[in-house]
Design a protein around this ligand. Sequence first.
Ligand code: ADP
Ligand code: GLC
Length: 509
Amino acid sequence: MPDQLADVRLEEPCPSNLPPIFPAEGMPKRHKRILFVTSEFTDFVKAGGLGDVSAALPRALLAEHDIRVLLPGYPQVLQSAVACKVVGHLPGMAALPACDIGELRLADGLVVYALICPELYDRHGTPYGDDQGQEWPDNHIRFARLSLAAADIAAGRSELSWCPDLLHVNDWPAALAPAYMAWREQATPSVLTIHNLGYQGSCPLGCCAELGLPDTAGLPESMEFYGKLSFLKAGISHASHITTVSETYAREITGEKFGCGMHGVLTQRRRRGQLSGITHGIDGSWTPNLDPHLVERFDATHLAGKRRNAEHVERQFGLLPGRGPLFAVVSRLVHQKGIDLTLAIADEMIAAGGRLVVIGRGEPELEQAMKRLAENYPGRVGVHIGFDETEARRIFAASDFLLMPSRYEPCGLSQMYAQRFGSLPIARHTGGLADTIVDGVTGLLFRDETPESYFDAISRALNIYRYPDLLDAMRRKAMKSPLRWEDAARPYTSLYQRLLQQAPARAFR
Ligand code: ADP
Ligand code: GLC
């Protein structure tokens, strides 16, 4: 097994001794080949919005591109109902084990490559940790393996009869791929999408040897970050282009408040035109008159079905009927999401007649605090610590208002799902929330990260609730507003085209 990347340096992006490269069945040859690299994919496993985006965006791009997905071979992937055929093999490097590549052909034609490496991925839990939320200690190896696999596939080292023209990597778990390619002088262009700058994938500088990194990896202009190695910084330094998931967040992360220490390098890339914001859409499964998860389907002109879903959720969560609105939290229970702010205003909200339903899991203290709130308010607050897609969808359909007082929100999908299902989001004016909610029209926005500012918005909601015609008019507008993926995906096509045109002339660092 080679110990260093230098030992496997490649002169060409795809060596000419490869078997001929075939476009996906039925696709014209002009379609460019894109490898979309991700650690979550909602068909099999998700921890949050990254899974939803990874399942939806490649599908939306499939008509224009031969786009395929690469993800780790977790048990949820390899034991799914979709057949998996071994189609390739990758050698090991340093402490990264050799692995096989499995191919899954999904019913709609999307091809998914799963990295089969049982010692790294055959574990129960989330993509990142065990069932108790404890992160795996070897995550740097697990995701360096994913990143190197992407770089190797782009280099034609995988035995696959397919080689991408461009890599699209997502968040820190895949962000080492552009760096591996740069160190090997592979010319394949790459896009890094930052879904959340708060998660950076750091490990000690001493891990260089295990990960097979060159000495230059430890330099500040590469992936050194405050005395550690940062996977995300590797992607930020070496990807051809960086996108993030809303216009507002793209601006916010170049400032100190939201830049998580990376605002300097992000500002440089923005000035060079290499950092842009592309807001997500939502996929067609979020259509309330078609969604099989719902107790009763409805649409903007027939809102009665929304009431049936509310009755079901009230029964399921032991809520008593009330004259006030039903507020909902469908969220990871983490600091980012301002869950503590909701806890801070809960007494006042319930005193004013509100009821609250919560589904999610996350930080143990916030989970405990939510459970205590439910114990203090039987019949008024119902909490499920855990996650279930059907339940989540029913809650979007059942609730009057969705609470999203996020401290920061790169894009946010839940506020869009809520709007589509006629639940008005109450959210902080930040990131994608500011870009996808029209204050006073499709939801309510507040500015300050304080319980007072938040409760002002709750008071506005309580007022709106007193006027059913106004509430219904807002609901109807909200149900029409969220962007569809078919439109939201277009800027990615333009970006890929631009990078592919520039590719031969580019000098990659
Ligand atoms: P984020 O990705 O920051 O969690 P988004 O609003 O982009 O926020 O995405 C939320 C998506 O994740 C929704 O589909 C929501 O239903 C789902 N979700 C929320 N909480 C959890 C959880 N604890 N586990 C899995 N999925 C969750
Ligand atoms: C992240 C962000 C969220 C975004 C999601 C998908 O987890 O917190 O705002 O919508 O990724 O991009």
